[in-house]
Design a protein around this ligand. Structure first.
Ligand code: ADP
Length: 490
């Protein structure tokens, strides 16, 4: 099958969070199964160009309509760890992708709808007729609308669209000017409840809703999250739309790429290890302490790796830090936030704890360090308010690091409590709590820390149970192919 991914992120070249990992990992798996996969991304100035092999310009004469003008674009091609990637470079005075950041700009909806239009224009001009176009999140939600209402008339009748929702908190709600920008026009037609009209604001267009309504199939990143966004307010207003389109909607648990996240072959860690050499994990703990200037002591290391966002439970992450320090643990944090207030708070906390030999806060994004933290920690906390899938806990499990998580979304689907799960003992792999408050968090952390100190043998069994799980792309890859086959035949 010929599959084209249109996406705002692809790890490691342009990664903000899990979406980037998912695109890379899924494409890798699809290729291993014999499919032809191409990825189309914006050419951001802040990408990791050191991760692209053989970058070269392959198309210089792409003119993309936007409002009532044509914007000149070039297209580059390069391999990202073997994946075939095209990068759209827009020569517009608005400098869409040269802003030093991926997201967080006032005109994000225009930047990404322009990207969608450019990606389709490129496919048309380059004569690409994939079986499947796979789009991701609000940034590419307009693709199926453009495909079926504009590009189909130019002969692109073959592709079917699969659309994956990674996080419903961000939907790309914008003004009707976006219809003029993309050439769709006709606000009276598109701003209807059964099309692009936002479910809260009747004057606004919702790009994620566009993707849901117009795609041939919609997936989200875990079965539990699929249920939550249909039936609870975690849908942020799109529950009804998902309900109406329930016949073409389902949850597929993400995988992780075991070529990247595997302690047996990981080049970023101090010493490689596996289930049979678990004692070597300890060298990584020592290396982590050495790197972050923590004291060498008989204590577990509790860590947090991830965005510092309200979704991730920032208040509870702070509570976990102080609870760890007060209960005989060391604590390591690696994270950053788009929100100035949150970043500022954690910078202050870092200064306050600067001299504490049991604690290190690293504010920023550091993929290499994250590998050592996964390998060197004993536990990782994920007290999320909601979590569509969450890759962190799956990576941690592979590294024998026990996840302490709140029971929501994908965390619920992947972590099974040591004491209370209804799964057999050999499938239990972490600690889970329900209530989104300090008492909830503490109830799980107390049990996990107590187990580390009092029953190390049982703690080790839980680590091994986690390492045995297969959270690779093997199963999800098969599920996505089933979806592609299903819509291709329609
Ligand atoms: P989300 O997509 O909501 O950010 P996920 O758990 O799905 O969360 O994916 C997070 C991914 O991003 C993981 O691979 C994690 O290791 C990585 N990550 C998040 N923050 C950082 C950071 N500050 N430095 C390095 N890696 C990070």
């Amino acid at each position: 099958m010929f599959i084209v991914m249109i996406t705002p992120e692809c790890a490691p070249v342009a990664k903000v969070g899990g979406l980037g990992d998912v695109v890379f990992g899924l494409c890798h798996e699809l290729e291993l199964r014999g499919n032809d996969v191409e990825i189309i991304l914006p050419k951001y100035d802040c990408m990791r160009y050191d991760q692209i092999y053989g970058l070269r310009q392959v198309y210089d004469d792409l003119w993309v309509p936007f409002y009532d003008r044509w914007v000149h674009c070039s297209v580059f091609f390069g391999f990202v760890h073997g994946r075939k990637c095209f990068f759209i470079d827009a020569h517009s005075e608005r400098n869409f992708f040269n802003r030093g950041a991926y997201y967080g700009q006032h005109d994000d909806p225009e930047r990404f709808t322009f990207f969608c239009r450019a990606a389709l224009e490129f496919m048309l001009k380059a004569n690409k007729h994939p079986d499947i176009i796979h789009c991701h999140d609000w940034q590419t939600g307009i693709v199926p609308v453009l495909l079926f209402d504009i590009y189909k008339n130019y002969g692109m009748t073959h592709p079917r669209v699969c659309y994956t929702l990674h996080n419903l908190k961000h939907q790309g709600v914008t003004g009707d000017f976006i219809l003029r920008a993309t050439g769709l026009n006709r606000p009276d037609y598109y701003l209807q409840p059964d099309r692009l009209q936002d479910n809260f604001n009747r004057a606004a267009a919702n790009l994620m809703k566009a993707g849901i309504v117009y795609s041939n199939f919609v997936t989200t990143v875990s079965p539990s999250y699929a249920g939550e966004i249909r039936h609870t307010d975690l849908s942020y207003g799109l529950g009804h739309t998902l309900h109406v389109h329930g016949g073409k909607f389902g949850g597929i648990l993400n995988g992780i790429d075991y070529d990247v996240w595997n302690p047996e072959i990981d080049g970023h860690i101090a010493r490689r290890y596996g289930i049979n050499t678990l004692q070597d994990k300890f060298s990584n703990k020592e290396a982590l302490r050495h790197r972050l200037l923590l004291q060498h002591a008989y204590k577990p290391i509790v860590s947090y790796v991830g965005r510092l966002d309200h979704q991730k439970g920032v208040e509870l992450i702070r509570d976990a830090l102080f609870y760890s320090l007060a209960n005989g643990c060391q604590f390591v944090l690696l994270g950053s936030s788009d929100e100035r207030g949150i970043n500022h708070y954690f910078w202050q906390l870092k200064q306050r704890l600067n001299d504490n030999p049991d604690c290190h806060l690293e504010i920023g994004f550091d993929e290499d360090l994250s590998h050592l933290i996964y390998a060197g920690s004993d536990m990782i906390v994920l007290p999320s308010l909601f979590e569509p899938c969450g890759l962190t806990q799956m990576i941690a499990l592979k590294y024998g690091t026990l996840p302490v998580v709140r029971a929501t979304g994908g965390l619920k689907d992947t972590v099974f409590d040591a004491d209370y799960s209804d799964r057999p003992y050999h499938e239990r792999n972490g600690y889970v709590f329900n209530d989104f408050n300090f008492q909830g968090l503490e109830s799980a952390m107390r049990r996990a820390i107590g187990m580390w100190y009092s029953y190390p043998q049982y703690f080790r069994e839980l680590m091994v149970n986690g390492m045995r799980y297969d959270y690779s792309w093997n199963h999800p890859g098969g599920h996505y192919l089933n979806v592609y086959e299903y819509i291709r035949d329609k």
